[in-house]
Design a protein around this ligand. Structure first.
Ligand SMILES: Nc1ncnc2c1ncn2[C@@H]1O[C@H](COP(=O)(O)OP(=O)(O)O)[C@@H](O)[C@H]1O
Ligand SMILES: [Mg+2]
Length: 312
């Protein structure tokens, strides 16, 4: 039997009379990345803390590489690297001292520590900065250091809670590239974020949480299909004299459900898997295409469509 890296089954967690996580089941196949999105208070952090054995579920269980967090929390934990959203950093240490401190806590010997610290600095693009003090680090470098610490014991499962919050665009890109590298090394990753384009870019599958419930889950195509947002919107500009001919050609094509001219622009909706054939038909009819813009539904559209703005 192929076990998922993380198997979450019917997990519920209540705080007094608030159901923060409500009957959630999810799987993360080995080597894949699951993106978790949802409004503030949706239960993302609570779910991630349960997976990391930092909070106990009231009901349900989680298996990490086949080991139950209820029955064998220590073994499950040894496979997990957790990067929490809020994280105190002792500022009077250098990067190397900081990492060495945690590597000691993981029980690594001197030789292993030197090697692992070198490896994690390389992975998080901190090599050469080992002697820099934590105090002076930019937010981007600090997040990379926290990720480096998360990788010290070489966990197979990474749980990253909003690792990119507060980062500028360049730091975000750098972090996203590092996460992609980790995925390509075969890590199984769960990442929560409010930065939907990043989640769309790095996740194999996406889970949308709202008020403790999993409202949608799947790859982007599945999410598009289940929210009825799989059609494409295309905007075309052609010379005025080609306009009506172009509209007639397009309106007749299979998959085209709407085709109108608005302010010298053709606006159409298509249900086809791609839009190349639209362009091909226009070229066949010698229409001079000046602009062809396709807007596919993105994760933000799906998110807005599938959540009602409920908070717990
Ligand atoms: N330790 C706690 N005690 C009481 N309520 C909590 C605790 N942790 C989280 N909550 C509540 O649970 C809900 C989900 O919170 P959280 O998991 O942090 O959501 P998210 O990470 O999606 O913003 C919120 O309403 C929050 O106030
Ligand atoms: Mg949170």
């Amino acid at each position: 039997m192929v076990t998922a890296a993380v198997e979450i089954r019917n997990v519920t967690k209540t705080f007094d009379d608030l159901v923060a996580v409500n009957q959630i089941s999810l799987q993360v196949p080995r080597g894949t990345t699951l993106g978790l999105i949802g409004p503030n208070g949706a239960g993302k952090t609570t779910l991630l803390r349960i997976i990391c054995t930092l909070a106990r579920p009231d009901e349900g269980d989680v298996w990490i590489e086949g080991r139950s967090i209820r029955e064998n929390a220590r073994a499950a934990r040894s496979q997990i690297g957790f990067m929490p959203a809020e994280f105190g950093c002792p500022r009077s240490l250098s990067i190397a001292e900081y990492l060495d401190y945690f590597a000691c806590m993981y029980g690594l010997n001197t030789h292993e520590r030197v090697q692992r610290i070198r490896d994690v600095c390389e992975l998080t693009v901190l090599s050469g900065r080992e002697q820099v003090m934590v105090r002076g680090l930019s937010t981007g470098n600090r997040q990379r250091l926290l990720l480096a610490k998360t990788l010290l014991h070489d966990p197979s499962v990474l749980i990253l809670d909003e690792p990119a919050s507060g980062l500028d665009p360049r730091a975000r890109n750098e972090l996203r590239a590092i996460i992609r590298t980790l995925a390509s090394l075969g890590k199984s990753i769960i990442i929560s974020s409010h930065i939907l384009p990043d989640i769309e870019d790095i996740s194999d599958r996406i889970g949308i949480l709202e008020a403790g419930r999993l409202v949608l889950e799947g790859d982007l195509a599945t999410l598009r299909a289940s929210t009825g947002t799989s059609h494409r919107h295309v905007r075309l500009r052609v010379p005025a004299e080609d306009l009506s001919r172009a509209r007639v050609v397009l309106a007749d094509l299979p998959g085209v459900t709407q085709c109108a001219v608005r302010e010298q622009t053709i606006v159409l909706t298509s249900e086809a898997a791609n839009s190349n054939y639209l362009l091909a038909a226009l070229l066949r009819h010698e229409v001079r295409v000046q602009q062809f813009v396709e807007d596919e539904t993105n994760l933000e559209d799906i998110f807005l469509r599938s959540t009602a703005g409920k908070v717990t």
